[in-house]
Write a protein that binds this ligand. Structure first.
Ligand SMILES: *Cc1c(COP(=O)(O)O)cnc(C)c1O
Length: 347
């Protein structure tokens, strides 16, 4: 069997939920879209279900899959993507966001008394949601449906940047628009849980914090470790080139090894010259990233053998720092991992 795996620490996952809970008295909605940020939603749900009030996903398929594992509320964060999807919303008792007028068309044809409607406001991100001027119209419209509840929500554009002025202006506007409404309110993603305690409202919506991909300075722990085993060693002479297009040439005699992991597994194509670890020693990835392989320059280290583990990241790595190196973000490193990477869970 190919030994390219993502190890997932359920203990660290549990730790992260405890840290989040210690930072807020609001209910927690676990955002588990994109297969729980690449970690596999089934095991994640089983581990954290008792700590959360509800779950959030993007697609109907994600929600239907998830419904087999929990009776707790599941919200579609972008609402339905076509009005026909309300059939599934009704069948699976899903909660859903309304961010656009067309999503309301047809709503009265369904029995949604088991669903919460999440009315989405645009408070300054200018992504999805109704503007302040239109709030009362949509609030009244949606209040007239016999849904289980009507929650008011918005999303912060810059919660990871405590000094970014957008935050306070969004929080102020959210307060202004919703003043006097007794409905439940929700604004905070992970960044706001740590950086803006005044933005927690009734339900917080952490994603990346649960998975230990950011904000580790608060006691969160990395949840995943990505590794692959050396399958080939090769001596290369000065002046010889490596791999596709001969993109890397040895400037002295050296030893190269290969590990069976490539861009089809989610390794960024830009990983040339990036550091990885083998037996706690650092080496550089060389040449073009292949679909199914990477080459690593061992220089003249003869201690590395076939079968040794190549570690991309681990339980002691801050993925946010590491992702800078790859000119990306931890969110993308995690969610880019493909289904081909075997997932193994540690208790
Ligand atoms: C993805 C998402 C979140 C979670 O964001 P994190 O930064 O991962 O905590 C919260 N709310 C909405 C609307 C989202 O789309």
């Amino acid at each position: 069997m190919r030994q390219t795996e993502l190890l997932i620490s359920l203990a660290n996952l549990k730790n992260n939920l405890q840290i989040i809970k210690s930072k807020t008295s609001s209910d927690i909605q676990a955002v588990i879209k994109a297969n729980a940020y690449g970690l596999g939603y089934e095991e994640v749900v089983e581990t954290i279900e008792s700590d959360v009030e509800s779950f959030a996903v993007i697609t109907i398929d994600e929600a239907i899959g998830l419904r087999k594992h929990t009776k707790k509320p599941i919200v579609l964060l972008q609402g339905v993507h076509e009005v026909a999807d309300y059939e599934q919303v009704e069948k699976y008792n899903l909660d859903f966001v309304i961010h656009a007028d067309w999503q309301i068309e047809n709503l009265s044809n369904f029995y949604l008394d088991e669903s919460r409607i999440w009315l989405k406001l645009n408070t300054g991100m200018n992504r999805l949601g109704f503007n302040a001027d239109d709030f009362e119209i949509y609030f009244d419209k949606l209040s007239s449906f016999k849904a289980k509840d009507l929650v008011i929500m918005s999303h912060l554009a810059a919660s990871s940047e405590p000094t970014n002025k957008l935050n306070n202006s969004q929080i102020r506007l959210f307060n202004e628009i919703t003043a006097g409404k007794t409905n439940k309110k929700s604004l905070a993603n992970s960044g706001a849980i740590f950086n803006f305690p005044n933005a927690h409202f009734d339900i917080v919506r952490p994603g990346i914090a649960i998975y230990g991909g950011k904000y580790l300075e608060n006691g969160l722990k990395p949840v995943s470790k990505l590794r692959s085993k050396v399958i080939s060693l090769r001596k290369v002479k000065r002046g010889e080139s490596i791999g596709y297009d001969g993109a890397w040439t040895a400037d002295k005699d050296c030893i190269i090894c290969y590990a069976p992991i490539g861009y089809a597994d989610g390794i960024p194509y830009s990983s040339f010259n990036k550091k990885i670890n083998i037996n706690e020693k650092e080496f550089f990835i060389i040449g073009k990233i292949n679909m199914d392989l990477i080459a690593i320059n061992l220089e003249n280290d003869e201690s590395i053998k076939e079968g040794d583990w190549v570690d991309f990241w681990g339980f002691d790595h801050d993925l946010t720092k590491l992702s800078n190196d790859f000119k990306t973000i931890s969110y993308q490193l995690m969610t880019n991992l493909s289904g081909r990477v075997e997932k193994n869970y540690l208790k």
